[in-house]
Design a protein around this ligand. Structure first.
Ligand SMILES: [Zn+2]
Length: 130
């Protein structure tokens, strides 16, 4: 069971709620949840903290071509002239996040079922792209 806004929700209820939420998401969000993000470099590696003689942090920003999620990666120079990733965070577009779903959980079977449902609606002409 999971607890959400003071109401105890069973796993089945949580799954049903998530399936309903997925139905309302734009196609691009469901696509990224299904196949992961389509990254391109928005701002390439650059010194974001320090200077050329004392680099403290190097950052790179990626953006998803489909849903516009940003991934900010930060590195420090390592002793062997490589880079060591020190953190990474994501900036999601409004509406991408689904509240009540634990971070990192990927209910892929529900996402793929929603993709299938949408595909069937499209091929039958019952629904146009969101
Ligand atoms: Zn994306």
């Amino acid at each position: 069971m999971s607890k959400q806004t003071g109401v105890i929700e069973t796993e089945v209820q949580a799954r049903e709620r998530l399936a309903m939420v997925l139905q309302d998401l734009p196609d691009r969000f469901v696509m990224c949840r299904d196949m992961r993000h389509a990254w391109v470099v928005e701002k390439d590696f650059h010194v974001s903290l320090g200077h050329a003689r004392a680099i403290q942090e190097i950052t790179r920003v990626l953006v998803c071509m489909r849903c516009t999620t940003q991934r900010v990666e930060a590195y420090v120079p390592s002793l062997n002239w490589g880079l060591e990733k020190v953190y990474m965070h994501y900036v999601y577009p409004i509406g991408y996040m689904i509240h009540g779903v634990p971070w990192g959980s990927r209910p892929s079977y529900l996402v793929q079922a929603e993709q299938y449902r949408r595909t069937m609606l499209k091929v039958t002409g019952l629904q146009t792209q969101k």
